[in-house]
Design a protein around this ligand. Sequence first.
Ligand SMILES: [Zn+2]
Length: 167
Amino acid sequence: MTGIRTLADLKARCVIDDVTGCWVYKARENYRHPVVTTPLMGRSVGLGILIALVTTGKAPDKGMTNYAKCGHKACCNPRHRVIGTKQEAQKHWAKPCPPERRARISLARRAGSSVDESVIEAIRLSDKSASSIAAEHGVSKSYACRIRTNKVRAPLMNGASVFAWRP
Ligand SMILES: [Zn+2]
């Protein structure tokens, strides 16, 4: 997980949660407090510092933290991040939402999408190339890739590995 220089680099390493809009950073270990190596600092930094770097060009001032107001410590959505003190950050720690309830919310959100679940399923199971899938189903190639890697429209209940935990 090296080489993050821009917000787009960072977003590409996240799974977008369609309930909360969180960009959940995928880390193999230490996932509650992901630490990332970036050429911008030449050392490992926490996500808060990294997000501040790629959005404003500088790390938060001493004593300040760039916390997730959504409460999700692995969230990289800059719209969910605020600079504040550690005490302010603590007030925003989220309570977990039960997986069934999350699944219901996701389904309701997805009902408004022009791409329905059967198409999503077909794209996920297809072994054709991303370009032929895109042509066949009328979606963009990058959207097809993101469906196949479960970065968007992830399976609801067995997607629990991504959605079940909260910091
Ligand atoms: Zn968030």
